[in-house]
Design a protein around this ligand. Sequence first.
Ligand code: KIV
Ligand code: NA
Length: 266
Amino acid sequence: PMKRLTVPRIRQRKNGEPLVMLTAYTVRMAQLLDPHCDMLLVGDSLGQVIYGLPHTVAVTMEMMAAHGAAVVRGSYHAAVVVDMPFGSYEASPQQAFENASRLLKETGAAAVKMEGGRVLAPTIEFLTQRGIPVMGHVGLTPQAVNILGGYGVRGKSAEEAKSIVDDAIAVSEAGAFSLVIEGVLEPIAIEITQKVACPTIGIGASAQCDGQVLVTEDMLGLFDRVPRFVKKFGDMAQQTEEAVKQYADQVRNRTFPSADQLYQPE
Ligand code: KIV
Ligand code: NA
């Protein structure tokens, strides 16, 4: 197997070859994505995509640990990053260390990701100094849905734009090895990318970020409702429906199974 990309080598990609990141929650998807990706994100978006939850607030440590372990088993090349679920890191650096270390131990992942800005800087510094690489996440932070009131673009006012840039700088200076910028007006993403020392990973942000991430089910056309920033690179919902329709027809008219699929006497 190929050698896994390390956190220091990801950090070195600032202003370098763009970093390719996609989400993965299951072993087979991880196997398929791994050869093409620098990083696999076990996103708490699995709450919606896998579990049908209305948002990510209800995602648990157990879910993240189980899916994180599956993705590590299915990958050899990409660095695996696991999202810290809502409620597992915000209370204190100590709480964050306990839960982040548990995720790294139980999954074998290389790093964790957490949502937030200035308020998380002491936590990011605490973890980084104690052996846990942290990826930041600023702009549209879906775990804050109950404060934000929805998933609209962030940074429309000058005040909010400045606040997001300040958050990004604080997260980077605290030691984050990279930083997701989600759902902001493009000039904000460009300014952050120019100002922070770590690579930025855009989603609904800018092609000038140091890398990009998407939810795999969204870009494959498998998930039904997707934001504006998703480009559909495939149409797996339609392909799945077509295959299932054929299967159902063939069961009903007894053309499946046929000789090829049946065990015959010697
Ligand atoms: O949970 C997730 O999938 C994410 C990415 C969309 C950045 O946080
Ligand atoms: Na997430």
